[in-house]
Each structure stands twice: as structure tokens, then as C-alpha cells.
Ligand binder design. Structure first.
Ligand code: SAH
Length: 370
């Protein structure tokens, strides 16, 4: 086996982003109103502007006293992220945006429009400490955790952009997947604050359905168990990529800490606790993990844990810079899917939106010239 890969759990500490409304609890928002000499009910008015009207523009806030609006916006809605560049693919239906954060750190998010809905692939960390060798973000290392407001702002800006027709006709942002940069469960507390804001009904949050929020993880077992007890039945995705420890140790280095069987047991417990069918993510890498015997082993391991609790999403590997790995042959992919189904496991190939703008799964990384 090759030398152990360094995993990073604790994010480097950096200067905090300025205080933002989305980071505050309801009580803290009221307190902020008092500090500004405003009655506490204005906190709810601001929340309606933010989560429902998706605006932080004082000019839009006509129900607030004109002389105080600017001051409130300045105090509570400091700009947290500035768009640097947007790239489009799939005839405009996929949009990748590069953002600069308050400290100059850059992150990306990807907005995808479908006929009846839009999905945002959201970033939870700048870089990632999980070091998966086939993932461009994993190769960058971890720069820092995002704050809850930095995550929530990605959602607000995407929801506004979808509503205002930036992707063609106006559409509601209905789905958020934590499949952008970073390992969401390594930034657990913050991600949970963001998740609560996603699912809370307006005006406390965006009012998304929990089932339309997906948290994807390399398999941090204790954090999966914690998530199952939050009482927010988000969809869990487990990035497995190999059914055997020998290969998974290489492809998903966290496997040296929590093995395949432990990760699958935790996924099954998540289903038991929430009733949500778990997604298993499996990037098909030519001649590395796409063998028929691996499809069978995966099918056996999943079926051994029961029926109806899981489905598999194979993804043809998206190319990343400097990697010699490539996607499986379509015929091999078909056979992999066929074998899983033969074990009674529902399996659907994941479409790879945005691969021509490096906006697909595993391709988010900030290039030197950005
Ligand atoms: N760290 C979390 C969140 C990232 S989600 C996780 O790993 O689950 C991004 C998804 O894309 C994960 O399933 C990841 O394994 C997968 N992925 C990474 N690199 C990829 C690549 N080059 N091609 C296809 N999928 C990839």
C-alpha cells in the first residue's frame, strides 16, 4: 500500500467574516434591533426581506423607516461574497459561480435548472481536508470552514438568480445539495445552522423541504449518527466508491479510520432513524473500481442490510487536472448497473452537469489564474 494520506479535520482558524443577520439566532436578531434603537419586531421584517424576498437592498425595504434602513442593512447585511466570474454550460441551464469571500478566499457553487425545479450545489468549506485522490477539491487541501451565513448567502443568491430568470425562465430553487467544495460533516455545527435556515418556514428560513436537502459525506460515522438525531430528515448521500477496504483506503482515505462496513451500518441506521432512503455515490473509474466483482460485492453488502433503504448513484468519473484516471466504458458502466439491480438495489446513473466548465462533481477547485 502507498504511504498514508494526511487527513485534516480541524480547519485553520482565520479572521471571522463580519457579523451577518443569517448567523444570528432569533433572539440575537432582536437584540441587534435594540442596539440599533429599533423595535424588536423589525427583526421579523428583515427576515422576510432576506428569506422571502431574497433581498438585502435597503431600497426594497419600503416597510421600514426610510432614515433607518441604510443603517440596518449596513449593520446586519455586510457583503460576504462577491461574484468574480460565472460560467455557463448545458445551454445556460448550468451556471458555476466563483465567489470571493471577505478575506479573499475563493469558493465555487453550481446552480442547475431542470424543467420544474432548480438545484444548488453548495460549498461548505474552502478546499477540503479529506484528500480523495480523484477529486479536484480533495487535492487542494483545506483552507478554512465557511460560516453559516456564507453558506446561507450562496443559497439566497442562487434562489434570487433562479427566480429572476438567470437560467432561462424564472424557477424556484427547490433543492440544495451539499456537494460543492468541502466535507460538510467536518464543519458540522455550521452546516446544521445552515440546514435549519434552509428548512425553516418563511420568514425564519427558505422553507425548503428537508427531503430536498442532501448532505453528502465521505463517511464520518459519528457525525452521521449525530445527524440522524437532529430531527431534520435531510437526504444523506454516502460517497462510497469502493465496496472493499483495500481499495477504499486508497480512494477515500477516511476509510482508514471508518471502514466500509462501519460506514454502511451508519447509513442504514440513518435510514432507520429518519425513514429517508440513503444514496450511495460511486464514481466509476476505469479499471480501478468498476469491476463486475465489485458491483456484486457492493450489491451483496447493501442487500445484506435490508431492502428499500438505499439506492446507488453511479457517476462516470469527471476528469480532474493531473489525474491519469478516466471514466469507465459505457458498456462496463451498464454491466455495473445491471449487476446492482440484479441484487435488488435501485440504481440510477447520475447525470454529470457542467463537466465542460469544470463544474461537475469533484471538479471544483480554484485555478491559479482565477
Ligand atoms: N465531501 C463530500 C461532499 C462532496 S460531494 C463527499 O465526498 O461526499 C461531491 C461528490 O462527487 C462526492 O460523492 C464525491 O466523491 C464525488 N466526486 C469527487 N470527485 C469526482 C470526480 N472526479 N468525478 C465524479 N465524482 C466525483
Amino acid at each position: 500500500m502507498s504511504t498514508p494520506v494526511k487527513l485534516t479535520f480541524a480547519a485553520p482558524r482565520r479572521g471571522k467574516p463580519p457579523r451577518h443577520f443569517a448567523d444570528l439566532t432569533v433572539d440575537e436578531r432582536k437584540e441587534a434591533m435594540r442596539e440599533l434603537g429599533q423595535p424588536s419586531f423589525r427583526a421579523k421584517q428583515l427576515a422576510t426581506h432576506y428569506f422571502d424576498h431574497l433581498t438585502v437592498d435597503a431600497a426594497d425595504m419600503t416597510d421600514l423607516p426610510a432614515d433607518a434602513r441604510e443603517e440596518m442593512v449596513e449593520a446586519l447585511f455586510p457583503p460576504l461574497m462577491t461574484p468574480i466570474r460565472s460560467l455557463e454550460a448545458d445551454k445556460g441551464a448550468t451556471q458555476k459561480t466563483l465567489w470571493s469571500l471577505h478575506d479573499g478566499v475563493k469558493v465555487e457553487s453550481v446552480l442547475m435548472k431542470y424543467p420544474d425545479r432548480a438545484t444548488l450545489c453548495v460549498t461548505s468549506q474552502a478546499g477540503c481536508g479529506m484528500a480523495c485522490p480523484f477529486c479536484a477539491t480533495g487535492q487542494m487541501g483545506l483552507t478554512r470552514n465557511l460560516s453559516a451565513a456564507e453558506i446561507i448567502e450562496q443559497v439566497r443568491l442562487a434562489a434570487r438568480s433562479a427566480r429572476d430568470g438567470d437560467l432561462g425562465e424564472g424557477v424556484r430553487l427547490s433543492n440544495v445539495v451539499f456537494m460543492g467544495m468541502g466535507e460538510p460533516l467536518a464543519n458540522y455545527k455550521t452546516v446544521m445552522t445552515a440546514v435549519r435556515a434552509l428548512v425553516a418556514p418563511e420568514p425564519l428560513g427558505f422553507g425548503l423541504s428537508a427531503r430536498h436537502v442532501t448532505v453528502s459525506t465521505v463517511g464520518l460515522v459519528p457525525a452521521i449518527d449525530k445527524l440522524s438525531k437532529e430531527g431534520i430528515p435531510v437526504t444523506l448521500a454516502l460517497s462510497l466508491h469502493a465496496p472493499d477496504d483495500e481499495l477504499r483506503d486508497e480512494l477515500v482515505p477516511i476509510n482508514t479510520r471508518w471502514k466500509v462496513d462501519e460506514a454502511l451500518d451508519a447509513a442504514r441506521r440513518y435510514f432507520d432513524a429518519t425513514g429517508r432512503r440513503v444514496s450511495i455515490e460511486y464514481a466509476l473509474i476505469r479499471d480501478i473500481n468498476d469491476h463486475a466483482h465489485r458491483a456484486d460485492l457492493l450489491g451483496e453488502k447493501l442487500a445484506a442490510r435490508g431492502t428499500g433503504w438505499v439506492h446507488v448513484n453511479p457517476i462516470p468519473l469527471n476528469p480532474t487536472p493531473g489525474s491519469k484516471w478516466t471514466a469507465s466504458d459505457p458498456a462496463v458502466e451498464d454491466e455495473f448497473v445491471r449487476r446492482l439491480r440484479a441484487h435488488g438495489i435501485p440504481t440510477t446513473i447520475r447525470d454529470t452537469r457542467g463537466s465542460d466548465i469544470d463544474g461537475a462533481c469533484g471538479q471544483l477547485a480554484i485555478k491559479e489564474d482565477d
